[in-house]
Design a protein around this ligand. Structure first.
Ligand code: COA
Length: 194
């Protein structure tokens, strides 16, 4: 019997959205109903998924759709991601956790709502990831590491055992950390953090 997939709205139609679409397609849990942009008509359809409204339409769209997910990226600032996440919560959308079937997420790890775990990321035993985060492709969160809310752990970065990343941080591509340290703020791509 064919499984009926729930429909989901994606909020933000830029480059990160394209990556998340690929994860959702592979996960096969949701059917993408369409993309929401800041202003109507701001972008074309993405991979044949239509632009179906702007931020101001979300209240009306909530009557028809239960699930929504923020697909705006985070490098310089996460303020738009946070604003939209809070708007979705206020409108009582269900914001899922989206995990690529190509990622490994330990059954002893937790990942909170609104967080996407992209292809080939690895979240090891005892790790905790907060709300509204991006755990990008090939990132490694070693055992007992913790990532607080609204962080972006970029592509191929390595958080070694028991590292804590404080809320609202950006960890650039290819960052490597010593074990057991605390990171906060903007960590440049390629840094070794001790
Ligand atoms: C790649 C990088 C090391 C380049 O360094 P650089 O050429 O010496 O330039 P800078 O360090 O001055 O910063 C360039 C950009 O990084 C970002 N940046 C740097 N420090 C920042 C800080 N403290 N807070 C927020 N953004 C910052 C800004 O986007 C800045 O853009 P701007 O020049 O328009 O302000 C560094 O900018 C970086 O880590 N960027 C993020 C790359 C990345 O990991 N992307 C994630 C892909 S998943």
């Amino acid at each position: 019997m064919k499984q009926i997939r729930e429909e989901i709205l994606l909020i933000g139609g830029g480059g990160h959205c394209r990556g998340v679409i690929d994860v959702i397609e592979q996960e096969k849990r949701f059917k993408i109903a369409g993309i929401i942009e800041k202003f109507a008509g701001e972008s074309q359809a993405i991979f044949n998924y239509p632009l179906i409204g702007c931020d101001d339409d979300l209240e009306e769209l909530r009557k028809r759709y239960r699930y929504a997910f923020v697909t705006i990226g985070h490098i310089k600032s996460n303020s738009v991601r946070i604003k939209l996440f809070e708007k979705l919560k206020a409108l009582n959308f269900t914001i899922p956790t989206i995990i690529s079937p190509l990622a490994y997420c330990s059954q002893h790890a937790t990942v909170d709502e609104g967080t996407v775990v992209m292809h080939h990321a690895l979240i090891n035993a005892g790790a905790k990831v907060g709300k509204n985060c991006i755990i990008n492709s090939k990132a490694v969160l070693e055992h007992d590491s913790a990532v607080e809310d609204n962080c972006h752990i970029s592509t191929a970065s390595i958080l070694n055992g028991a590292v804590l990343v404080k809320a609202n941080s950006f960890v650039g591509s290819g960052v490597t950390t010593k074990e057991g340290i605390v990171l906060e703020g903007f960590i440049k791509a390629g840094s070794l953090v001790k």
